[in-house]
Design a binder for this molecule. Structure first.
Ligand SMILES: NC(=O)c1ccc[n+]([C@@H]2O[C@H](COP(=O)([O-])OP(=O)(O)OC[C@H]3O[C@@H](n4cnc5c(N)ncnc54)[C@H](OP(=O)(O)O)[C@@H]3O)[C@@H](O)[C@H]2O)c1
Length: 239
């Protein structure tokens, strides 16, 4: 049988208090999983627990190894781990702040590695990990070189971990532009322009919603014959 059910399994969603992670947490809970959501903000976690019945939550900062160690030490055995925190460094290679580049590589590359280091031995051999990457880098865009390095780095990290951690499966979802709070820092008019321009340039004619990505994450958790995959959920944007 190529797929299993999430019913009764323990699914941990790091960065599950917003956007894509929150949609994953909701869909996994609806599929009968026992869901644990982690992120930095106790307030966002409380709002998520109010929205999704039956989940438990815990504070974790994935950029702080002690916080990661303590979070997973308290959890014990798990079946599936989904790692969603993101940070983006944008701007020309001449202008982008090196501090922003380091922060983004810290969150996108080093943090998943820390999560896997401290959770990996608690994941059931039948379990799996999903990492989130973005499309920038799988298609080249100007002013996104640092983000491209982070996103393609996540792809390499996931494929290597799929070999190292086997039989635990490790997959990577490569998401296109998704309408989440990640974009709230962009001024409203610029955000509307970016969303419209991207929708027009995307083969399916729209940008993505968190549930589009969450559906693929759930599929990867359930499909026992898929590991080391890069699954594009980008409406064809990288074609
Ligand atoms: N939205 C897009 O267009 C898009 C496109 C491609 C890829 N992605 C990737 O998809 C993933 C999810 O993005 P999203 O759009 O859903 O973002 P989001 O709505 O901003 O959610 C990010 C989540 O990560 C948590 N988080 C951030 N930094 C953290 C840290 N240091 N430690 C622990 N938790 C942390 C946030 O909660 P707290 O603030 O409480 O910590 C929140 O729950 C990211 O990896 C992002 O790069 C997004």
């Amino acid at each position: 049988m190529a797929s299993t059910t999430l019913s009764g399994t323990r699914v941990v969603v790091i960065g599950g208090s917003s956007g894509i992670g929150r949609a994953v947490a909701r869909q996994a809970a609806e599929a009968g999983a026992r869901v644990v959501v982690g992120s930095r903000s106790a307030e966002k976690l409380a709002a998520t627990a109010e929205e999704i019945d039956g989940i438990t939550t815990g504070v974790i900062d994935v950029t702080d190894e002690e916080s990661v160690r303590a979070f997973f030490a308290d959890l014990g055995a798990i079946d599936h781990l989904v790692i969603c925190p993101g940070d983006m460094a944008t701007g020309s290679v001449y202008d982008v702040s090196i501090e922003a580049v380091r922060r983004s590589l810290d969150t996108k590359i080093i943090s998943p590695l820390l999560c896997v280091r401290h959770a990996g031995r608690s994941i059931a051999p039948t379990g799996s990990i999903v990492l989130l990457a973005g499309a920038g880098g799988y298609k080249a865009y100007p002013d996104l070189s640092a983000t491209a390095a982070a996103n393609t780095g996540v792809g390499g990290l996931g494929r290597s971990l799929a070999v190292e951690l086997a039989p635990i499966r490790v997959n990577v979802v490569v998401a296109g532009l998704i309408d989440t709070p990640l974009w709230d820092s962009v001024p409203a008019e610029a955000k509307a322009g970016l969303f419209a321009q991207t929708a027009a340039a995307t083969p399916v004619g729209r940008i993505g919603q968190p549930d589009d990505v969450a559906g693929t994450v759930l599929h990867l958790l359930e499909n026992t014959f898929t590991t080391g995959a890069l699954s594009f959920v980008d409406g064809g944007g990288t074609l």
